[in-house]
Structure formats: C-alpha cells, structure tokens
Design a protein around this ligand. Structure first.
Ligand SMILES: [Fe+2]
Length: 250
C-alpha cells in the first residue's frame, strides 16, 4: 500500500519481538507485537495558501499542524502506553487504550489489520488536493475517467453524488470514492469520525477521500458544508487518484 511510505522509520516492532510475551493476553497481544509503529506528520507537497481561494491557508495550516499533528501525537502516546501495558501483562489497560488508538490512528489492534488508517485518512486527503496551477480540478483522464463514466454516468454525476452524501453525513466523517478490487467497480461511501474506508468492505481501496469534519471548512465556510464541498473539487488532484486506480486495478 502506497501509504506505507508515510510510516516513520521508528518502529517498536523489532524490539518487541525479542521480548517475552506477557501472560494472559494471548494471540491478540502477539498480533500487537508485530504491528506497533509510531508515526510522524507527513509534509505537504504545496504551501498552505496554495489552495486558495477554494480552501484558505489558515484552514490548511491549522488542519495540518494542529489537527493532524494531534492525531499523530496522541496515537504515538497511546502506542507507548500500550507497549508499557503489554510489557506488564496489563490486559485492562490494553483494552482501555483501544479507543484512543483507533480514533487517532484508526487501527484496531485486536484485529489483524494494524495499519494506522485514521492518520492515513489525512495523509490521503493531502495527496488528494493540489493547487490549480499544478492541475487541481483537472478532470481525470484515461482509465479512471472511463470508469467514472461507466459507473456513475459522468464526472459531474459522481461529484453530485459525493456532495449529496457528504452533506448528508451526520456529524464528522469522510466521503470516499473507492475501488472495490473484488467486484472491480467504483463505489461512493461515507465513514463516520476517523473510520477508514476499509471498514465498509475489506476489498475497498480509497482513491479519493474528502474530510467533512467541521475543522476542514468552518473558518471559511462556517456551517455551510455544501459550499465547501462545491468548491473543494477545484483543487482535487485527479492525477493522484488516477495513479492509484491504475496501480490497484491492474
Ligand atoms: Fe481533518
């Protein structure tokens, strides 16, 4: 998965693998030992103000430096606490930490999939945006363009569908364009909070994710989420989505 490149080089895995397993945590703990990693905030490929007027520089700076950084910081903190709890064989604390780890990182340590996909949600989002002068908003070409026409009728129809579903999402969350690798078709889905797209199906791969938390738009659009959704398409990086589609559908 491309997002693996975003992972920090600092990993707790190798050190933990050499430690004795705590009593009483069983298979789940053993799985945790193989998956624990800490993360760093990825850099953006553009300046904070480069997406204006669609998204203000102030929003981008706060969203990246404060919100995303907080997810990374809290996730890393929870991972370190979990490491400590596992070393002590403290099952109660291990279970309690699940909530913080899932929210900030999006990973369920008691599952076999430890990818920190909540942090990755934002990392994908930054890649899904690009300044107009660098191709932001330019419609997808080649195979993704054809696939969108086939599954949704047109790019405009897809945008309307994602805008409608994103606007209708209660509370905070994400609206996604995904590829169902098993059924070989494009899908539009929403997820609540920081849940990753894969929670809607194990064969779903995110091509494009739009953050519809208020922190993504409130300073500029106030409570009018539909206006944010209308304008965000002017800076969508379809080239990136097309590259992911080519790779995942081949
Ligand atoms: Fe966000």
């Amino acid at each position: 998965m491309a997002m693996r490149a975003l992972l920090s080089r600092k990993t707790l895995t190798s050190a933990l693998l050499n430690e004795p397993k705590p009593m009483g945590l069983g298979l789940a703990a053993a799985q945790c030992y193989r998956g624990l990693q800490t993360f760093t905030l990825p850099n953006l490929d553009y300046d904070y103000g480069a997406l204006e007027p669609a998204i203000s520089g102030e929003i981008m700076q706060l969203h990246h430096q404060k919100h995303h950084q907080t997810y990374v910081t809290n996730y890393n903190k929870a991972i370190e606490q979990l490491q400590d709890a596992l070393a002590k064989g403290d099952a109660t604390t291990t279970v309690k930490l699940q909530g913080a780890i899932k929210f900030n990182g999006g990973a369920d340590l008691l599952s076999t999939n430890h990818l920190p996909t909540g942090h990755i949600n934002h990392s994908i989002f930054w890649k899904n945006l690009t300044p107009v002068r660098e191709g932001g908003g330019e419609p997808p070409k080649s195979s993704l363009g054809w696939a969108i026409d086939t599954h949704f009728g047109s790019l405009e129809a897809l945008i309307q569908k994602m805008n409608a579903e994103g606007a209708a999402l209660q509370g905070s969350g994400w609206v996604w364009l995904g590829l169902d690798k098993e059924l070989k078709r494009l899908v539009v889905e929403t997820t609540a909070n920081q849940d990753p797209l894969v929670t809607k199906g194990p064969s779903l791969v995110p091509l494009l994710g739009i953050d519809v938390w208020e922190h993504a738009y409130y300073l500029q659009y106030k409570n009018v989420r539909p206006d944010y959704l209308k304008n965000v398409w002017k800076v969508i990086n379809w080239k990136y989505a097309s590259e992911v589609y080519e790779k995942e559908s081949s």
